[in-house]
Ligand binder design. Sequence first.
Ligand code: A2P
Length: 309
Amino acid sequence: NMPTQTLNNGKRIPLIGLGTWKSKAGEIKQATLHALRAGYRHIDCAEYYANEHEIGQALQIVFAEGVVKREDVFLTSKLWNNHHGRESVKPAVQKILRDLKVNHLDLLLIHWPVTGNVGPTVQPSIRETWQAMEDLVSEGLVHSIGVSNFSTKKVDDILAYAKVKPAVLQVEVHPYWRQDSLLTYCQEKGIHVTAYSPLGSPDSSTMFQRKGPKLMDDPVLASVASKLNKSPAQCLIRWGIQHGTSILPKSVNEGRIKSNLDVIDWELPREDYESLCGLVTQERMVNGSFWLNPSGPYKTLEDLWDVPH
Ligand code: A2P
């Protein structure tokens, strides 16, 4: 039985979700089928990933098989940067719903606090986009709304005017990017945190030309895993759950999809959890440098993340 966390609006989010970023059309349909048949009840999607139509095909199959009912699966999607603003939000969500072949999303996130505009502030404003998302909650097209890749300061701005509070903040979290202060902030504000790239996104390190050590090769992780007779990935997923987040391991491989779910009925002993909390390497994988623009709202990483880098 998949554990869940109750959000600030009373809805429940299953703690493990299938990540689908970089899952290619041609492989994601099968991966989604494996996941839902193995017991996953949460799929993390985004229009940017350009594979939602295949996820929709897989959903149709499992719904028809009777393996899972719509109300038992938690579906997240994310509004891309070019769909901010009053006029764009609803059509974008309607397209997502057509691709996924469902009538509502469980969670809609703003993917990035970025629209690609030039000028000192984000335009259309986050406020305008948020209010359009609130309207979708009233209309029943989405049950919960939240943001991704937002700093605590940017979330605070939303809380100042939100009629519907953000239910979820989805950001990169793993033992190499622990985000302690962000987690504390979210706990105080009643916002649930979902961890992306929980394995340190091993398939992204070349894309981002990151030169630091790889989380999955960490020697402390290796020793914890061999002591507990678990895989390094299972220890990282377990760590994320014990860290208070829901977690989105991505895989398109049937065996790894199944083994990544095999983390429900055991725990990391406290000393092992803590040794994973003590890893000294702290570095984002997805650092957002691709959004920096000398004539845009974010000129430096500090403008984007609101903390020193
Ligand atoms: P694959 O899809 O071939 O399984 P993250 O969730 O941090 O973004 O990491 C995803 C990457 O980790 C993908 O390259 C995925 O490859 C790989 N991966 C997923 N599960 C495991 C696992 N249990 N062991 C090793 N690698 C894994």
